[in-house]
Ligand binder design. Structure first.
Ligand code: GAP
Length: 454
């Protein structure tokens, strides 16, 4: 079912992202800041659409889930309880000659890979970013930028039970920034020091945890497929006992075949009662749940599907990227699923003449109330189609002088390049149906097939 060879080079994705305004290096005019990225006008739409698709699937369409948005800075005791102060560290060695630092696990020899110098003994390096709360920089005011959004959900467990009256099993979902002072970064937005997570903490009765663990693996895998990612580019990988995080009883990664090979897109972990027990111990507050049916008090187990927004964005870009022979050139296109495409429809008047422009702008003004719609009247129509193909716009609406007479416009489909012509009164509903997956050649009243291919 799965394959081994990635279909696209990372350079092509980086180049397209930069060229078309999906993703730029952070603070680029100052030479950039290592592993930090800025999402441009198209990137911000794509990322927002992915987050919206996730929220819709895991909160909006479910009875057993609620959302939350907790602060990035939390009480320092949170990180003592979670085990991050103790355990969220990598062993590091330093070169005595050039002073570069290396992750001990990544080294094969016992000298510096850069200058061959002698290395120090390894010592633990905590990956949490530290800062100070208030004006005094002293130990008592140290706080951390959260390295995961999860803890905000654990510490609010009782608030959610008390305010929503949810009964087990139920879950909390949160999307937000997380920060890790990673030693090795790279592969574009795959591993950075500031990134965004989409996390679910699903609380279940102990004993039912295995069943819910399997349920969420299936559910999350299917979500990526619904987002348009090819099934053969996804696989499940179980963590061996020695690679399990300190809190996990078991963990399965959903891997994607990125350009650098199979790598983690999302982790689904069975965290048992580790987190609630720890927070009960450190805060002195009860984390018990009262089951009204069995009249028992117990601490729930937690199943955690934890996904990266940036990795999902990179995966959909890689998966959608395609090149096709096109006369003497190459047509670059992104086969993005319409639900996540940054721009849903482009309005392309064939001329800039006043009469046609006014007519086209009216259509633009109407459609943009429903979707992100762009307007482009520069250069030849062929070039404009290519520009839209390259950013994944599913449909172009072309308006010509005949439109002024017959009140009809053409709709061109990105992937097939086929075109239909429809009355303006039918345009909005037709586009809606096509964006929801209806075949292009299912025609509205008064519509006709206009062109097959280009
Ligand atoms: N609460 C569990 C947790 O944080 P994790 O496997 O460390 O688990 C979950 O992280 C997800 O967050 C990963 O699968 C990945 O998608 C994303 N992620 C983690 N570190 C990242 C980094 N440095 N850059 C980008 N995404 C990252």
């Amino acid at each position: 079912m799965t394959k081994e060879t990635p279909t696209v080079d990372m350079e092509k994705i980086v180049s397209l992202s930069r060229r078309r305004g999906f993703i730029f290096p952070s603070s680029e005019i100052y030479g950039g800041l290592s592993s930090c990225w800025d999402y441009g006008p198209l990137g911000v739409e794509l990322k927002r659409n992915i987050k919206q698709a996730w929220w819709r699937a895991v909160v909006q369409e479910r009875d057993d889930m609620v959302g939350l948005d907790t602060s990035i800075l939390m009480h320092p005791q949170v990180w003592a309880a979670s085990g991050h102060l103790e355990g969220f560290a990598d062993p590091l060695v330093e070169c005595k000659n050039c002073h570069l630092r290396w992750k001990a696990d990544d080294l094969t020899g016992d000298s510096c890979p850069s200058c061959g110098g002698e290395l120090t003994e390894s010592r633990q390096f905590n990956l949490m970013f530290k800062t100070f709360m208030g004006p005094v920089e002293e130990d008592a005011s140290v706080v951390y930028l959260r390295p995961e959004t999860a803890q905000g959900m654990f510490v609010n467990f009782q608030n959610i039970v008390n305010t929503t009256r949810k009964r087990l099993p139920f879950g909390i979902a949160q999307i937000g920034k997380a920060f890790r002072n990673e030693i090795t970064v790279g592969n574009f937005i795959f591993r950075s020091r500031e990134f965004e997570q989409m996390e679910i903490e699903y609380f279940v009765k102990p004993g039912t945890d295995e069943e819910w663990f399997n349920y969420w693996i299936e559910e999350r895998l299917n979500w990526y497929v619904r987002l348009g990612i090819k099934r053969e580019n996804l696989r499940l990988r179980e963590h061996s006992k020695d690679e399990l995080a300190h809190y996990a009883r078991s963990c399965i990664d959903i891997d994607y075949l990125f350009p650098m090979g199979w790598s983690e897109l999302e982790g689904v972990a069975n965290r048992g009662d580790f987190d609630l027990v720890q927070h009960a111990k450190y805060s002195g507050k009860s984390m018990d749940y009262y089951d009204d049916e069995t009249k028992e008090h117990f601490i729930p187990y937690i199943i955690e599907p934890s996904a990266g927004v940036d990795r999902s964005t990179l995966a959909v870009l890689c998966d959608a990227y395609d090149e096709e022979p096109d006369k003497d050139e190459i047509r670059v296109l992104l086969h993005l699923h319409p639900s996540i495409a940054p721009i849903k429809v482009a309005i392309l008047p064939l001329s800039r003449k006043e009469q046609l422009a006014a007519f086209s702008k009216e259509i633009h003004a109407d459609l943009r109330q429903h979707w992100m719609v762009s307007y482009d009247d520069t250069q030849s129509i062929g070039r404009r189609y290519r520009r839209q193909d390259e950013i994944g716009t599913p449909f172009c609406v072309t308006i010509d002088f005949q439109s002024l007479e017959d009140n009809q416009v053409t709709i061109r489909e990105r992937d097939s390049m086929n075109q239909i012509r429809v009355p303006i009164g039918e345009l909005k509903n037709t586009l809606k149906a096509k964006l929801e997956g209806e075949d292009l050649f299912v025609l509205p009243p008064g519509g006709q097939i206009w062109k097959q291919g280009e």
